[in-house]
Design a protein around this ligand. Structure first.
Ligand code: AMP
Length: 188
């Protein structure tokens, strides 16, 4: 089973993805985590990505699609993947469709975690406090930009997947356990 967890920054995609990893034999593919690993490794890609991420903008489709394509060829992805933070543009979604077709795989579910945007500022503030400011893009100013980018580039994926008949939504304002239960129901 291959699924996409979809939602605005701070909606809880990563938290729910990690939970699915522990309850089902699936691999979480977070493009944000991959980019942060590249930053930590000090690679040239990491250096370039950091500037873009700190501005709250999107890293190029070509780099992102290349990263996911290579990662999905690894053996541990054969059981199924949870895509977290990818795709983020219609071009990435189209590339994912081609990629899955080429690998003989299918997209089973796209789960939108719906949240009130006002609540995201408090959530990001909490995450920054809990992680000791590990993510330099976790601040109100960058979040405003990330939300604008989300509306312009990522929200158009909702009608894209609705038309394909794979889009489902859960109430992301509920507790972590409740959101997890809603997702479990959809995956049953
Ligand atoms: P995230 O951890 O998913 O919130 O991503 C953090 C940042 O990494 C984003 O604000 C973007 O700058 C970059 N990023 C992550 N995933 C993607 C993607 N699929 N396409 C473009 N940029 C991405």
């Amino acid at each position: 089973m291959n699924i996409i967890l979809f939602g605005a920054p701070g909606a809880g995609k990563g938290t729910q993805a990690q939970r699915i990893v522990t309850t089902r034999n699936m691999v979480q593919l977070s493009t944000g985590d991959m980019l942060r690993a590249a930053i930590d490794s000090g690679s040239e890609l990491g250096l370039r990505a950091k500037e873009i991420m700190d501005r709250g903008e999107l890293v190029s489709d070509e780099i992102i699609v290349g990263m996911i394509d290579a990662r999905m060829d690894q053996d541990d992805c054969a059981q199924g993947v949870i895509l977290d933070g990818f795709p983020r543009t219609v071009a990435q979604a189209a590339a994912l469709d081609d990629m899955l077709r080429g690998k003989g795989l299918a997209l089973d579910h796209v789960i939108e975690i719906k949240v009130d945007e006002d609540a995201l500022f408090a959530r990001i503030e909490t995450r920054a406090a809990e992680t000791g400011g590990a993510r330099s893009d976790d601040n109100a100013e960058t979040l405003r930009k990330r939300l604008a980018v989300y509306h312009e580039n990522t929200a158009p994926l909702l009608p894209y997947y609705r038309e394909k008949g794979v889009l489902r939504s859960v109430d992301g304002m509920a507790s972590i356990e409740d959101v997890a239960a809603q997702i479990d129901n959809l995956l049953e």
